[in-house]
Design a protein around this ligand. Structure first.
Ligand SMILES: *[C@@H]1O[C@H](CO)[C@@H](O)[C@H](O)[C@H]1NC(C)=O
Ligand SMILES: *[C@@H]1O[C@H](CO)[C@@H](O)[C@H](O)[C@H]1NC(C)=O
Ligand SMILES: *[C@@H]1O[C@H](CO)[C@@H](O)[C@H](O)[C@H]1NC(C)=O
Length: 178
């Protein structure tokens, strides 16, 4: 096989083309863009898109601690220039405020781009505080004491029957014009 034949072998041509593509496409990849698709009180739907990749990259969603988020399938489009555009959607619960990252990376070419978005947590309903519970229980005790005294006074009125239910106190109160 002559040197010329080896040079024009399809695999050699492909290798050179891939190499040239890698050289010239380096740095042409776009920084991922995150869009808010929907935003309600409990969750946000984010979409991330990045163009200009070759070969096909992978797209990852990460939370503030660097954990992978499970997202929808990555959609891949191949443009007329043979470059790939990838996009993916993720739903983030607003349980607490979070710093979400969309990372697009191509391991073979060691290229990676990422974008962050801050998702503020929705106002968390606070647990009733201990003080609040103590005040409520205190009021119940005071109420019970008042009811007991009132009940005792009503039962001392001539002709009054012993009443036990709060709603009856009101009727009794009206009847006796107390
Ligand atoms: C990728 O690049 C980083 C620095 O940018 C380097 O530390 C790492 O070794 C590279 N990995 C490969 C596989 O080339
Ligand atoms: C989100 O995290 C990245 C690092 O992972 C950091 O550079 C960025 O400043 C953070 N953004 C916010 C709003 O906290
Ligand atoms: C969602 O909407 C809330 C309130 O309108 C806003 O504070 C928050 O920044 C929005 N979230 C995102 C990710 O844009």
């Amino acid at each position: 096989m002559s040197l010329q034949e080896i040079f024009w072998r399809p695999s050699a041509v492909t290798s050179v083309l891939v190499l040239l593509t890698l050289l010239f496409c380096r740095g042409s990849v776009s920084t991922p863009v995150i869009k808010v698709m929907s935003n309600d009180s409990s969750r946000v739907v984010l979409q991330c898109e990045s163009a200009g990749w070759y070969p096909e990259p992978e797209l990852l969603w990460l939370d503030g601690e660097g954990n992978l988020l499970s997202a929808g399938p990555t959609e891949t489009l191949r443009g007329p220039d043979d470059l790939y555009t990838v996009s993916s959607r993720v739903t983030v619960e607003k349980r607490h405020s979070n710093n979400i990252t969309c990372r697009v990376q191509q391991r073979n070419t060691n290229q990676s781009r990422e974008t962050h978005i801050h998702v503020p947590g929705s106002a968390v309903r606070k647990e009733p505080s201990a003080t609040f519970i103590i005040v409520i229980i205190g009021l119940l005790y005071v109420g019970a004491a008042i009811a007991f005294v009132w009940n005792f006074m009503l039962s001392k009125k001539p002709g009054a029957s012993h009443v036990c239910f709060p709603s009856l106190y009101f009727l009794e109160f009206q009847r006796l014009n107390f």
